[in-house]
Every structure is written in C-alpha cells, then in structure tokens.
Design a protein around this ligand. Structure first.
Ligand code: GLU
Ligand code: ZN
Length: 304
C-alpha cells in the first residue's frame, strides 16, 4: 500500500505538544510503510500567519528529528485552485452568498421561534437567513458570475442530496449517504467505516462557509483541495476535526476527488484536562526545548 501523509500547521503561533503528536505520528506512519511525509503551511489567513512562526515550525520539526519533502506547499500560493473549485461549485448551484455577521447569526439562532442554538464543527449552525435567496432564485443565479468579496456558503441540503443521488453506500440500499475509513490501528492501518446521512449533515453541520469575505476559500475548501493536490492517502489529525471530516467527504464527492483514510488521534491535554491552546506558550515545544527536554522526552510525553 502506498502511504503519503502530511502535517499541515497554521503558522499563527508556536507548535505545542498536540502538534508534535500529529507530526510525529504522521511521519512515523509514512516511514513505517516506506511512504512519503509532506509538510504544508495552512497560511490562508494572511492576517494571522507570520514568517517567524514558519521558521519556528521548521526549527521545531527538525529538532524533533523529522524530515519532509520540498518544496513545502503554502495555501497562500493556491488561490487560483481555490477559485476554480469555488466556481465549479457555484455553477452547480451548491453555493450561495451570505452577508450575515457573527452577531446576526447568534441572534437568528437564538430567536424564540427557532430551535435552541446547536453547535456544529464551525460553531453555531448557520440558521439559514441568506439561504432563502438561493431557494427563491433557484438555479437562475448560478449562471451569474460568482461574487468574490462576500462569504459563500455550501447549501448543505442540495449538496448532500446531489452526493446522495449518485451513491448509496449501505450494502442492500438504505439511506446512508457517505462514509470514510477511520484508521483504528496505526501499525496495521486497519480501518473501521464511519457512515453518515444527509439528514445528519443538515442538522448537525449545516451550511458551512467555503469562501470568506476577506479571503478566497476557507479551511474546509482548502484542506480538501490541498490533500488531493499533494496526493495524501492517510490524514493524521486531532479528534477535534472528526466531525469536520464529514464536510470534507461531501466536498471530495462534489469535486470528484478521492477520500483518504483518516486517523483522528486523542487530544493532548494539560494537567487540568484542558485542551492545549496555541496561545499557551508555556506548553510550546520551544519552551520544552529551552528547558532542556530531548526529542525522546517529547515522544514520551505524548505517549509515543
Ligand atoms: N491547520 C490545521 C490545524 O493546525 C490542520 C488541520 C488538518 O490537519 O486538517 O489545526
Ligand atoms: Zn447570511
């Protein structure tokens, strides 16, 4: 089996133990299988991404003993690919513009006539305020040019149905729309199948943002396109992204891309059981290094 893994940090802060865990595991998985390990900077957020953090990430990974192929992919170089994919989704009628602010969304989601606000992978599930425009104009708008200085959302119901029509996954029929393979054993790469329905996607994920007002694309769009462009076969990342993977599978199917196998690893928590936040600089790999820790100490601390 060919194995290509990646580590895809955002250069917006120092690497902490959780990042080291992802990077080491992805690297080890590739090496154990004679595969490839790639690096990608998720620097689509130009405001928060800084060259000094990239340098720090290189230094930390090198210190941990990792090697990766060059050139390193940067999302900031990939805007033309993002635009092409968005235009394709737009033409198919799977996107609509959204002008809601965070406040609008919070208010609409908590309006008395609405159900209780529910959180999805991206925070509050979008209450659908701007969707009525899409639903009223139907297919007519998709022949108009795609607007760029506005947020674009995925019309999850239509998208899920489109994917559903072309593929019924459950043996013997049934309603399961899609699935992915979750690696349950990082040595043998054995997997279990995770399935989900269109109804679950609409209810628990909703109309996620695929392009932002201030920059073209979004995490969900770019991660899918970049993993495909880098030929990633096995994605290793934190459990916090498990639900988001369902979005990624929908996008892969809409765009005709292969779905890699995924391994969502346990999250590394601090002594109080809190998730390690990026800004918790005391837990940065650089801080452990400065304190005299060795790379094997780090491996031991994350349980590898
Ligand atoms: N840039 C993301 C992060 O640092 C990586 C997400 C992923 O691996 O898909 O959390
Ligand atoms: Zn809106």
């Amino acid at each position: 089996m060919s194995v290509t893994t990646r580590f895809a940090p955002s250069p917006t802060g120092p690497l902490h133990l959780g990042h080291a865990f992802s990077a080491l595991m992805a690297h080890d998985m590739a090496m154990a299988n004679g595969g490839r390990f790639l690096l990608r900077f998720e620097d689509i957020d130009r405001q928060r991404s800084k060259p000094q953090w990239e340098q720090q990430i290189f230094d930390d990974l090198e210190w941990l003993g990792l090697t990766w192929e060059t050139p390193v992919m940067r999302q900031s170089d990939r805007l033309p690919a993002y635009r092409t994919a968005l235009q394709r989704l737009w033409k198919c009628g799977w996107l609509y513009p959204c002008t809601c602010t965070r406040r609008d969304i919070a208010q609409a989601a908590s309006a008395p006539q609405e159900r209780d606000p529910i959180h999805g992978p991206d925070g509050l599930i979008y209450p659908g305020t701007c969707r009525s425009w899409h639903d009223a104009t139907g297919a007519a708008y998709s022949s108009t040019p795609m607007p760029e200085q506005t947020a674009l959302r995925l019309h999850m119901e239509t998208a899920a149905r489109a994917v559903c029509d072309s593929r019924i996954d459950r043996p013997g029929g049934g309603t399961t729309m899609a699935n992915f393979h979750e690696i349950t054993d990082i040595q043998t790469l054995e997997t279990r199948t995770v399935t989900f329905t269109p109804e679950e996607l609409v209810r628990e994920v909703g109309d996620v943002v695929l392009s932002r007002k201030d920059f073209l694309g979004s995490y969900h769009l770019s991660v899918v396109l970049d993993d495909a462009a880098q030929g990633i076969t096995h994605v290793v990342r934190g459990q916090d992204l498990f639900e988001a993977t369902k979005i990624h599978v929908v996008l892969q199917r809409l765009l005709g891309l292969a779905t890699p196998d995924y391994h969502h690893h346990r999250l590394i928590r601090d002594d109080q059981g809190k998730r390690l936040a990026k800004r918790d600089d005391a837990r940065a790999i650089a801080a452990y290094r400065a304190d005299g820790a060795t790379p094997s100490d780090i491996r031991r601390m994350v349980g590898l």
